[in-house]
Design a protein around this ligand. Structure first.
Ligand code: SAH
Ligand code: F3S
Length: 438
């Protein structure tokens, strides 16, 4: 009988991408078929996240449940990958001895060998090393069914913000060679591609002529691929925004007019303690340039509240700045001390209740601003990629705009997987409707 694998993904888009790759490698080397039912699985893979404590706690409570499954079926195999695996390593086996394999974000291509070694010597296997770019050279090409795909262009982060665990769990920045990326994009056959990395704009990839391409150059090359009609990317860092990249938003029509540019805080004192290496003034000047080159660009951001040194004054500056910059929907998080990070040794000034209050305030603002942005789309023309059929309304199709709004359009099956120009003519709460322009 065919053996099955169940993969559960926690956290960011990078993990979603990695899970696709885990699936590909297990299908090719171990002939495992993916199942959506954990109880049918012969192998359970948890692709974990450790960016905040909550994400980590979820992994251990899942493992608790899996333990019962394993007691009932000793042939079940359990593998833990991703950032918790990278951070905890052998500790996972100590806490959950029924786990068979622990692998990191950079060693997922070794999973088949680790599973084999587990069968051979009957002991749990651990490999959380960072063998640089080896991962990408060893992975099979993936197949895509829908019109969109994600592709990882670089791994890791070398910025070492004082609160963040990513440089320790994913390693330092490493970029894939330009041609490898282009070849993989062409092979997917999709019309929309999302370029992924912890800091995509820190991309410095080798070209065949020995020169190094920066992120703007990569975007230019990707835009030359005929089949690709829209390019997205995530995430970028303010310190890696150069003029060439800003110009892409006005010069390259295929580039979606949106950018996620985390600022984290609106107080220079806090930004400095976070080691973000920019001031609010520098950040504002980037936003000004972006809007000058591309007036209707949607800009989203990340905010952390309750950073250990954050005073009420600091928080008020963050609130003000958020309104002033008129972001589209943004994300706010409560600061979570991460093991081994410099910020985790700082004295925390706020109570959990204060943090919750600050979070609530910012999130109300996030939502309100996103809604203003939506309302302003009324009457505009948007580029929409139709990717599905409405389940509730017949003859209605659904697609996404550049700034990720879901739009409903009347039409027929021929629209599926197509890009269309849509005039937005009705917005009721979250429901956006439009008609196709010729
Ligand atoms: N590369 C991105 C960040 C990736 S992590 C950048 O340029 O900043 C995604 C988001 O998680 C961060 O932007 C930050 O807002 C949040 N985050 C990271 N570490 C955190 C922590 N220890 N506590 C709370 N939020 C955190
Ligand atoms: Fe984390 Fe800062 Fe890098 S938030 S991912 S260390 S840019």
């Amino acid at each position: 009988m065919e053996k099955k694998v169940f993969i559960k993904t926690f956290g960011c888009q990078m993990n979603e991408y990695d899970s696709e790759k885990i699936n590909d490698v297990l299908a090719k080397k171990n002939k495992l078929i993916e199942t959506k039912e954990q109880k049918d699985a012969d192998l359970i893979v948890l692709n974990t996240c450790s960016i905040r404590e909550k994400a980590e706690v979820k992994v251990y409570s899942d493992l608790g449940r899996i333990r019962k499954l394993k007691e009932a079926n000793p042939n079940l195999r359990v593998a833990v990958g991703g950032c918790v695996a990278s951070q905890e390593g052998a500790n996972i086996i100590k806490k959950a001895p029924y786990v068979d394999v622990v692998f990191g974000p950079q060693t997922l291509h070794r999973l088949p060998d680790l599973l084999k070694a587990r069968e051979k010597n009957g002991k749990p296997q651990i490999d959380i090393s960072f063998p640089e770019i080896e991962k990408f050279d060893r992975l099979p090409m993936s197949k895509h069914t829908g019109p969109s795909a994600m592709i990882s262009i670089m791994e890791g982060c070398s910025k070492y913000c004082s609160f963040c665990v990513v440089p320790y769990t994913r390693g330092e920045e490493v970029s894939r060679p330009l041609n490898d990326i282009l070849t993989e994009i062409i092979a997917t056959g999709v019309s929309e591609i999302t370029l992924l990395g912890q800091n995509v704009n820190a991309y410095r990839g080798l070209m065949d002529n020995g020169e190094v391409a920066d992120f703007a150059t990569l975007i230019e090359y990707v835009s030359e691929i005929k089949e690709i009609k829209r390019i997205r990317f995530s995430t970028s860092h303010p310190n890696e925004m150069n003029d060439a990249l800003i110009d892409c938003f006005s010069n390259i029509d295929k580039l979606a007019k949106m950018i996620h540019l985390p600022i984290q805080a609106g107080s220079d004192v806090v930004l400095s303690a976070m080691k973000r290496n920019y001031t609010t003034l520098e950040y504002k000047s980037i936003i000004r340039k972006l809007r000058k080159r591309c007036p209707d660009i949607s800009i989203t951001s990340d905010f952390i509240v309750g950073f250990p040194t954050e005073t009420l004054n600091d928080f008020n500056s963050t609130k003000l700045l958020m309104r002033e910059l008129e972001f589209d929907y943004s994300y706010s998080f409560i600061y979570s001390p991460r093991p081994g990070t410099p910020a985790s040794y700082l004295k925390d000034l706020t109570t959990h209740e204060e943090k919750l209050e600050r979070l609530h305030e910012l999130q109300m603002s996030n939502v309100a601003q996103g809604e203003i942005f939506t309302q302003n789309m009324l009457g505009t023309t948007q580029r929409v990629l139709i990717d599905s059929k409405s389940k509730k309304k017949s003859g209605v199709f659904i697609g996404k705009t550049d700034n990720n709004r879901v739009v409903e359009i009347e039409g027929d099956e021929s629209l599926l997987n197509q890009f269309v120009s849509v005039k937005i003519n009705q917005i009721l709460n979250k429901n956006i409707q439009g008609t196709i322009l010729n």
